[in-house]
Structure formats: C-alpha cells, structure tokens
Design a protein around this ligand. Sequence first.
Ligand code: ASP
Ligand code: MG
Length: 451
Amino acid sequence: MRPCVLKFGGTSLATPERIRAVVAILREAAAERPVVAVASALAGVTDGLLVIAERARRCDKAARRDLASLAERHRAALVALAPGDRAASRAVERELGELAAALEGVTLLRELPAGVRDRLASAGERLSVALLAAALRAAGLSASAFDAADLVATDATFGEAEVDLERTRRSVDGRLVPRLGREIPVVPGFYGAAADGRVRLLGRGASDLTATILGACLQAERVEIWTDVDGVLSADPRLVPEAFTLARLTPALAGELAHFGAKVLHPRAVWPAALAGVPIVVANTGHPGRGRSEIVSAADDRAVRAIATRAGVALLRIAAGARSLGELATSALSVLVAARLPVLLVQQAGSGAELLVAVDGTAGEPGRAVLAGMGLSSEVEERLALVAIVGRELAAPARQLLSSAGVSPRLWSEHGTRGAVAAVAAEALAATARRLHAELVVPGAPDRKAA
Ligand code: ASP
Ligand code: MG
C-alpha cells in the first residue's frame, strides 16, 4: 500500500498538548497505511535560534540566557510527553550540547559563517523530531527520529539550497523505505545535506518542501500539510475574517497564492508533488474535521476566487538611462538574482524608461546598493504590500474598486483573464483586502463553504 506523508508545522507542535493532538492524527493515519511524519521546529524556535546565533556573534550575553530558555522549553516538553524515554533525552541533550559548543565558537571567533548558521538554524527540527518520536512511543506506537542530512540531498548553496531529487530518492529507498509500515519515521523538515555531508537549509518555511519531496520520492498516496488554518483560504484570515476554505485547486493556483503571500504553503513545495502526481491535502491540526483543501492537477480552477496578500514589500524603480528596456531588464535582474535578493514582480513603467521591481521588504536598500554597484541608478519605495486577486474576469472590477476606494497602486499587473496584482501602501492593505474579498471574492465564488 502506498504511504502517506504527514507534515506538522511549528504551531501544531507548539506545546505538549498540541503534540498529543499530532500523535492522535498520526495514530489514526498509521492504522490505515504506512506513514512518514515530517516536523518543523516548535513554534518560534527557528527565529529564536537565528537571534541567538547573531547575539553570540556580537558577544551579547543574552545569547546564553536565550539558549537556556530554549533548552528548558524542550526539556520540559519531553518530561511532559515521555518522561522515561532515555533515548530521546540523550538525543535532546546531545543536540543542546552541540548547540552550546557551536555558539561558544561563534562568540570566540566573532564570526557566523554561512555553514555554521545553517547548522545552528536546523537544530530546532532535530529537537522537535526527538520530541515527536518520543511522544509517539509513549503513546504505544513504534517510531524513530531520523536526521534529514541522511535523506535529503542538496546542492552546495547555504541558506536556500536546491534539492537533488535523484540522490534523495536513492537515500529514501535505502534508508526510509525499509522502515515503512514497521514504524513511523519522524523526519525533520527544513534542511538536508550537500555532497560534503554538511547541513544546508532549504529556505524559511521549507519543511513543506521536505514533505512534498519525500512524498514524490515515495510515490505517496498523498502529502498532508497539517497547519493552524482550515486549509488554503480565500484570503489571509487575520486580515479578512470572512475568508473561507478553497476545497480544491490546482498546484499552479496554490503556487501563485503562496508566491503572493499565502503563508499556508511554501511556494516551492507544490511542484515536487505535482510533478510526481501526488495530491497535497492541507488541514487544520486543531480542528481536523473542519475545512481542508486538496491541491491536485485535475482540479478545475475556473470557478475559484481568492486573494493573497503580502506585507513587507519594497519597490525598486530602476532608471533605464541610455539602455534599451531589454538591456536594463537583463542587467538589473541578473544583479538582483546574483545577490540572492528575492524578486516578486517585474514590470516596465510606461514606455520603458523605468523598470519596476517589487522585492521583499528586506531587499529594498540592499537591492539599490547592488544595482548602484553595477552603474544602475534606482529609487526605493518601502512599506508597501502586494495584493493579488485571482479569478476569472476579476482584473477590471478590481481596478475599479481600488480607484473608487481612493487607492492608487504603485504597480499594477494584470494576468489577462486570471486576475491581477497591485502594490499598495502598507496602511491600505487590510482595508483593500477586505473590500476586494467582500465585493469580488464572496459574491461570485460558487465553492464557498460555510465558514
Ligand atoms: N522551522 C523552519 C522555519 O521556521 C521551517 C518551517 O517551519 O517550515 O522557517
Ligand atoms: Mg510553514
């Protein structure tokens, strides 16, 4: 029987009580077919580790205090979940010991090399799999924690490595497949290792990608992404309380919503599953019976309507000067890509005297600087947000709605019949999102579910 891969995000693992809910979900799934669990770090831990690492580099004493409280949180969780589990306690202590030693090194050298940063940041996942495997064993299931460095093969890039699917498939066949059905393998998300054996991160939020990569290698029945919302929603529920679950959508549409800010799924995660023909199901750990979404190539998106929003965006206006638009675009984009600054949207202004490039908010000033280094002059506008509206024939009404609401987009890009994306001032985001949702998404969406 084909296995299922179940991935649990940080909020699903935030407390011992939530970890018990995860155990119940895994127990039920494992009664039906072989399962593999993929775990993120406990909520907030990856951010915490990055702060600690940076503090250690600056010889800030707070690093020790922060590390002690991170250690305490994991020890307390283990005591609550599986007090007698010696193997888990050894694994947790080993990881914490390594973490402390590495941080000492960083403080001594006052340097945080990329390889050390990746290794430190991935510790949260190694700790969480030890806890989850122990919790499963304490509940009478057979389970063991794996190291993703032995399974997920990557290229050599630190911070955001590419996965080598062929090499990963071989490790999965050799190490994971023989365990299927005998126990629940618990695999850390977020990282793998390159051919040199050292850890590489797959990018922030990329535990989803680990899950779909494993799903593809295993030709899984499906990959389930267990999170803290009712599936893929028609909008971010924190901005738009009326947001509802999209029951079925294609990988292309899910990828587009993720690219433009839907947090529910990592934008790169849809493809490994889609290419292998493995469906992705997104469900809510706190309310397993409530809304869930299925992401499959066979879905029909014609009736789907949704918006995606992304706060923290900067806009670079790059002047062409004497260059042709083609030359400008080629050189500007290659400079930004080489500096690994994430480009979100590209558009020419008017006749091509300017190129507009929307980037992540952290990349505005660094982007201006690298462009200047290559002789390209640009201006940065910060504190912007992107709002994407997806749905047939919605571009024109969305444009009209923005103008009647007095919102003038800094950038406006239409995808023919499929929708549009606007860059708007950060302050206008919430009201704009609510209005677009209320007036365009809700009235016309036939697959609306009662929220
Ligand atoms: N823990 C990692 C992060 O915070 C990976 C993930 O949660 O998917 O980015
Ligand atoms: Mg996530």
